[in-house]
Design a protein around this ligand. Sequence first.
Ligand SMILES: [Zn+2]
Length: 301
Amino acid sequence: MLSLYEDEVAGNVRSFYNRLFSRSDMVHKGKFISGVVPPVERSECAWWFVFRENNLLVYQGPSSAILPSLVALGELGLTPLSSHYLGRLDNRPCYTAEVAEGTNPPAGMTFEGLRRLYGSLDEDLFWIAARAVQIVDWDRTHRFCGRCGIALNMKTTERAKECPQCGLLYFPRLAPAIIVLVQRGDQLLLARSRHFMEGMYSVLAGFVEPGESLEEAVMREVREEVGIEVKDIHYFASQPWPFPHSLMVGFTATYAGGEITFNDDEIENASWFDADNLPRIPGKISIARRLIDWFIEEQGK
Ligand SMILES: [Zn+2]
């Protein structure tokens, strides 16, 4: 299920990488405290993550994108369809809002896709935007109870919606997926999905099935995609992946047997590669790249 990364952009990303490269890189530099209950007084400047569909409203400078900091969205002349309090970043409130599809950006601003903003928007704000877009999407796509068909109420004390008739709760969607770097001696396994951009290879990834442990998902996915068995499965790191709502859980594993085969429609090619002779690989936004870079560093030791 490599299509998770189907439109991964390998280049076009400014290098935040030295800051990023560590196992704890998803623990952000700024102090963000998630919350659902907004401050009573709305008199202080807040970060506003405003989405038109899945595109974020920013001031686009020559080399960086800047998020609006406002007391209220009305300052930009915008009327949101909905808004949500997200929490505080370094004690500044953060809100997200959705505006109607036909909304024009205010003067000097644009609506940009999140992937394009990686590297030009402040790193902490980028990952809050990645959180915000999922909350906006969840709100947009969870309006009615699937059992009763009546309108849901937003809960005020937790990030959830509740059916006023049957009490069924609806939380933001999150699809866990595994991503695994498989080693055989001094080589690693990379595969190419037919959805990838030309020439690009990556490590294997796939969604976790109900009833399955993460380790079982790793073994199944590798077996299904390329027909080999793995052992020594170790946790590496995790990464929220908001395209649209995955949590990527990264692992390393060791080859345990079998020959590479790829019969399914998904994989176009798969092979063992040396660290010093790699094909085109995913961009630095992704945990796939961090796994591959970790492997390269290990080989150099
Ligand atoms: Zn219901």
